[in-house]
Design a protein around this ligand. Structure first.
Ligand code: AMP
Ligand code: GLY
Length: 445
């Protein structure tokens, strides 16, 4: 069957006419990716009355309850395209940046398939820190001052003058490990050697950046060219241990909304950062479609950009999408097809999520530990559990990754959401998991 338009038109006409068709065609959706972020996307899609079937590649043990998991990796772009054609997939949604940087959107679009996400040319806003910095400099978007180096000696001379700490960013995808913040010249020298002499992350450049201070927050927007539609604001907790101590991780928890970001701050971020960047990408011939993630900081001298990502944030998506009242299939479709966006509505509620990670993470850890109590934790309707790294062994759910589960509570206040999530975490039994109790400390004191 030829995928795409027909299925979509059938669904659309059902809504336009506002009458129930006898056998309306329900959309077939493919979600690419497998962690907690994709579980949240699958969960949001499964709430859409327009969606009939969800595939997820590769998915995970939790996602399998709501979608059919397909044993293809997110980077097997051609195989994913062939799968989408064979199964008559109406719309594909991409989670991870590696698939976007590998050009999955271009490959699908060339085959006439509908897909939600940026082209490879637009995904560069995340895959090259140097590109993102040049774009911001060229369009007066507030960010830390910087210089880019290819030569180790030149970078070292520049850094020698200080001040410290200084921020060193490898110019490429480095799975969240490409940013180092040395406190001393010796530490900076060591990091520059790794990045520019020993090519620890690959052959690339280094962005040397001014160190900024202030609370960080995540501003994700649905973007279609010049059109920018904000999501609820959220904050991630990157450090492994309580008190924001220990090594950086992929994120140990998140919450939304953010009381310390005023409406005026949000407006500023929208008008001076998110909208101008979307428009800059159009002017650069790289129109952005998908989720543009602004990693922002509220510094003493105003809100500035720390980084841009070209996709949903993880673990922010796990706390933000449960607050979405609108039908996410409509939103994805409006962006993918360049059609008018329906009004996007959010619950007037709070959401807070705790990541349960394998002991040892983000360093080496063991897998295969049995997890019990999931059903008990889920008996509270205000609790959601998204699987990040689980598998099924002998009929039991077991740990299979560094970050294993994200347990999300919702409530009328952040405190209520925190209590719900914490109570649910307490019901989950596993010998090899740890979590941070202090998620949301900034707003719960
Ligand atoms: P990034 O991958 O660019 O988000 O950087 C990872 C983390 O490093 C950020 O979440 C910040 O906590 C920190 N960071 C990055 N750039 C800066 C900066 N210019 N000043 C202070 N901290 C930074
Ligand atoms: N939470 C940070 C990220 O998604 O990159």
């Amino acid at each position: 069957m030829q995928p795409g338009p027909e299925g979509h038109v059938a669904v659309y006409s059902k809504i336009v006419k506002g009458v129930e068709m006898e056998h309306p065609k329900e959309a077939v959706v493919l979600v690419v990716g497998g962690g907690g972020r994709c579980h949240a996307i699958v969960d949001a899609l499964s709430r859409s009355p327009q969606v009939g079937k969800i595939y997820c590649a590769p998915g995970n043990a939790g996602i399998a309850a709501q979608a059919e998991c397909v044993p293809l990796k997110d980077t097997q772009v051609e195989q994913l395209r062939d799968f989408a054609v064979e199964r008559g997939v109406d719309l594909t949604v991409v989670g991870p940046e590696v698939a976007l940087a590998a050009g999955i959107v271009d490959t699908f679009t060339a085959a006439g398939l509908r897909i939600f996400g940026p082209s490879k040319a637009a995904a560069i806003i995340e895959s090259s820190k140097d590109f993102a910095k040049r774009l911001m400099a060229g369009y007066n978007i507030p960010t830390a001052s910087y210089r880019t180096f290819e030569d180790y000696g030149e970078a070292l001379e520049y850094v020698r003058k200080g001040p410290f700490p200084v921020v060193l960013k490898y110019d490429g995808l480095a799975a969240g490990k490409g940013v180092v913040i040395p406190e001393t010249f010796e530490e900076a020298d060591h990091a520059l050697k790794d990045m520019l002499l020993d090519d620890k992350f690959g052959k690339g450049k280094v962005v040397v950046e001014e160190f900024l201070t202030g609370p960080e927050f995540s501003f994700m927007c649905f973007v279609d060219g010049e059109r920018v539609f904000p999501m609820a604001l959220s904050q991630d907790h990157k450090r492994a241990y309580e008190g924001d101590k220990g090594p950086n991780t992929g994120g140990m928890g998140a919450y939304s909304p953010l009381p310390f970001i005023s409406e005026e701050d949000r407006e500023y971020a929208m008008e001076h950062i998110m909208k101008p960047v979307a428009s800059a990408m159009v002017k650069e011939g790289r129109p952005f479609k998908g989720v543009l993630y602004g990693g922002l900081m509220k510094t003493p001298s105003g809100i500035k950009v720390i980084e841009f990502n070209c996709r949903f944030g993880d673990p922010e998506t796990e706390v933000v999408l449960p607050l979405l009242k609108s039908d996410i299939y409509d939103i994805f479709s409006a962006v993918a097809d360049g059609r008018p966006m329906p009004e996007i509505k959010w619950e007037d509620k709070s959401s807070m999520g705790f990541v349960m990670a394998s002991k040892g993470y983000p360093g080496p850890y063991e897998k295969g530990y049995v997890i019990e109590g999931l059903e008990d934790a889920l008996s509270d309707p205000d609790v959601r559990i998204y699987h990040m790294g689980t598998a099924v062994k002998d009929g039991k759910t077991v740990t299979s990754g560094g970050r294993v589960l994200m347990v999300i509570g919702s409530g009328d206040t952040l405190k209520a959401a925190h209590e719900k999530a914490l109570a649910a975490v307490g019901k989950i039994k596993c010998d090899n998991l740890f979590f941070r109790r202090d998620i949301g400390w900034r707003v719960l004191q």
